[in-house]
Design a protein around this ligand. Structure first.
Ligand code: FMN
Length: 130
């Protein structure tokens, strides 16, 4: 189980290959692929099964750039991405919403890797520029 077998495990390979991608090819990411990625993200576990996480898909260039400008550093790749998936959570009555959002975000990164889509986590919470 923990020897060579892991190298034939698709999930192991996916996790091993995934890397943050910050330079994009300009190739369009189809709505179908975005939908498949979100279907996987929706399967992420959440505290008490409350599923407080919501996703907002942004394709509009001005809006993506506006989101990128929300923080001073570290959002560099965002304006060049074809699509942004904003991961949000309903914080009311859900103490572990940060963890829930982080798990869902991780599912998104792995799903993107599986569909051959370069992706990078851009952290926003508590990083907004004044
Ligand atoms: C919680 C979290 C926040 C991150 N925030 C950013 C960010 O704001 N900007 C960025 O370019 N990368 C960000 N990353 C990506 C990390 O820099 C990256 O995962 C790390 O350097 C390891 O590289 P790898 O993803 O290629 O394995 C973040 C990753 C995590 C998990």
């Amino acid at each position: 189980m923990f020897s060579n077998e892991t190298q034939e495990n698709p999930l192991f390979e996916l996790a091993r290959q995934r890397r943050s991608v910050r330079r994009y090819t300009g190739e369009k990411v189809s709505d179908d692929v975005v939908r498949e990625i979100l279907k996987i993200a929706l399967l992420a576990p959440s505290s008490w099964g409350r599923h407080p996480v919501e996703f907002v898909v942004i394709r509009d260039r001005d809006t993506i750039e506006a989101v990128a400008r929300c923080k001073r550093m570290g959002a560099g790749p965002l304006p060049t991405a074809d699509v942004a998936i904003v991961v949000m959570a309903d914080t009311a009555d859900c103490e572990l919403w940060i963890e829930d959002a982080a798990v869902a975000s991780t599912y998104i990164l792995l799903a993107a890797e599986q569909f051959g889509v370069g992706a990078c986590w851009i952290h926003m919470r508590n990083r907004q520029s004044q």
